[in-house]
Design a protein around this ligand. Structure first.
Ligand SMILES: [Ca+2]
Ligand SMILES: [Ca+2]
Length: 97
């Protein structure tokens, strides 16, 4: 189930719309799903990306958090995050933050 969520979240970065995303990354309306599903990642994301410090990640605050997670997790840069890559990234985050 987690893997399915991940697949949805993390493989959907393919430019469905070759639109102009100024930040580079496409806006992901499901960005918060990853953090809602995982307390470790949520804790990390809130500490790093909760710009207004209210303890919650809005969808907008979650965008850079998701992008950063992808950056950390996708070790082989193939644009997909496997379950193994996800697990490694989570361990890395848990150990470092
Ligand atoms: Ca916030
Ligand atoms: Ca990968």
């Amino acid at each position: 189930m987690l893997a399915a969520t991940l697949a949805l979240l993390l493989q959907s970065a393919a430019p469905a719309t070759p639109a102009s995303a100024p930040s580079g990354a496409p806006f992901n309306p499901r960005a918060n799903d990853l953090f809602q599903a995982d307390p470790v990642l949520r804790g990390w994301a809130v500490r790093q990306y909760d710009s207004n410090r209210d303890g919650w990640l809005t969808l907008y605050e979650a965008q850079p958090a998701l992008a950063a997670f992808r950056e950390i997790a996708d070790g082989d840069r193939d644009g997909r995050i496997t379950t193994a890559e996800y697990r490694r990234a989570k361990e890395y985050i848990a150990a470092r933050w």
